[in-house]
Design a binder for this molecule. Structure first.
Ligand SMILES: [Zn+2]
Length: 380
């Protein structure tokens, strides 16, 4: 899917497939560089959650615009998002010219007594996403995780998604503790639990999957669900495990790559994360042949999952083939092992050049507005 660009304009560019960020929380760019280097629960409970309660739709809008700016610069053409005020996210995606699958995080505290509120919130957010996002945005149901959503609500989400043919995104098996608590509460591992509730299917994206075992991966393959691995966020939050990609691939699991939010990465440069993914998998397997550069690029472009990349489009990027990182050697190896998103020259979505020669219109204003939002939230 790559090759030199014709037309004789002499820009030294090569066309490659656009990247698909399979799991992020775009507006969390507002939290970049805020409360880093803390234990996971302390980070969430004492810093992120209290600040998130102060978020207004305008904050989410400008935080998402900043995320889109970074994704356009680094070659991402489509992303899967889960965050508060999803109508504002959808509007930001539309205004930026990107494509996204957007869902509000659905949470009932694991208490069925709050399921009615969850359903109302879900309906409201679906309406907002459709109203604000236009053609480029697909609404999704995004139950936060099995430990924050009750079985009753998860079942309703499964039924609703099936009826309306909506995608589902959920965090699954991110920490070892989550698996232990699932076994204790339900007598089964996370993937089996989700399957029993009807949530594992070809429209489901499971983020993380760090602790999925062989049996779970075989079940996920059989159901046609996609696992999106987020190697950098997993490393930064020190979850200790590594998603078992070789077993997943051999079982036939659809796989994608995500950055997770800028609060826990802190970058949205998917090409940089593709290198982390490759190196982590090689080291974990004790085998430099565990994954190839071409395979990693296909995963990063959403081409190892029928769901992630969406319907076939002509979205693409142009990379600087005459840059120091790419001027010699195999292009795929150069993109994964030598380059980062800084080699992207142009990003084209739906026939529109969102970036040309490294220039994105309106970038200065977006950065200034996002800074103002972070400052007014006391984050910067
Ligand atoms: Zn996440």
């Amino acid at each position: 899917v790559s090759g030199p660009v014709g037309g004789g304009h002499g820009r030294g560019l090569t066309r490659v497939a656009g990247l698909v960020n399979g799991h992020t929380h775009a507006a969390m760019t507002l939290f970049r560089g805020y409360a880093d280097d803390l234990p996971l629960m302390e980070w969430l409970e004492e810093h992120i959650w209290p600040a998130e309660r102060r978020l207004e739709p305008e904050d989410v809008y400008w935080g998402t615009r900043l995320a889109c700016l970074e994704m356009i610069r680094t070659g991402t053409v489509r992303f899967w998002d889960m965050y508060w005020h999803p109508g504002a996210t959808a509007r930001a995606v539309r205004d930026a010219g990107l494509r996204a699958v957007v869902g509000a995080p659905l949470i009932d505290g694991g208490d069925a007594a709050h399921s009615a509120e969850l359903r109302e919130g879900a309906e409201r957010s679906l309406d907002e996403i459709v109203a604000e996002g236009g053609d480029a945005v697909e609404p999704a149901l995004a139950p936060h995780a099995i430990y924050t959503v009750s079985a009753e609500s998860l079942r309703w989400i499964a039924e609703t998604a099936a009826e309306r043919e909506l995608p589902i995104q959920i965090h699954l098996s991110e920490t070892e503790d989550e698996v232990a608590k699932c076994i204790e509460a339900h007598g089964e591992r996370p993937a089996a639990y989700l399957d029993r509730l009807g949530l594992l299917g070809p429209r489901t994206v499971l983020a993380h999957g760090v602790w999925l075992d062989r049996e779970e991966l075989e079940l996920i393959a059989e159901r046609g669900a996609t696992v999106v691995t987020n190697p950098v966020a997993n490393l930064k939050l020190a979850v200790r495990g590594v998603f078992d990609y070789p077993t997943a691939r051999d079982a036939g699991v659809a796989v994608g790559l995500g950055t997770d939010g800028a609060g826990s990465n802190n970058s949205l440069d998917l090409l940089a994360d593709a290198k982390f993914f490759a190196l982590l998998q090689k080291n974990e397997a004790g085998d430099p042949a565990a994954v190839t550069a071409t395979e990693v690029l296909e995963i990063a472009a959403g081409r190892r999952s029928p769901l992630l990349g969406g319907p076939d489009t002509d979205d693409h990027i142009l990379v600087r083939a005459d840059s120091p990182e790419l001027s010699l050697g195999d292009l795929d190896a150069g993109l994964v092992y030598a380059a980062s998103g800084s080699v992207v020259d142009s990003t084209v979505v739906g026939g529109r050049e969102l970036m040309r020669d490294g220039v994105i219109e309106g970038a200065d204003e977006i950065i200034a507005r996002a800074r103002e939002c972070a400052r007014s939230l006391g984050l910067n």
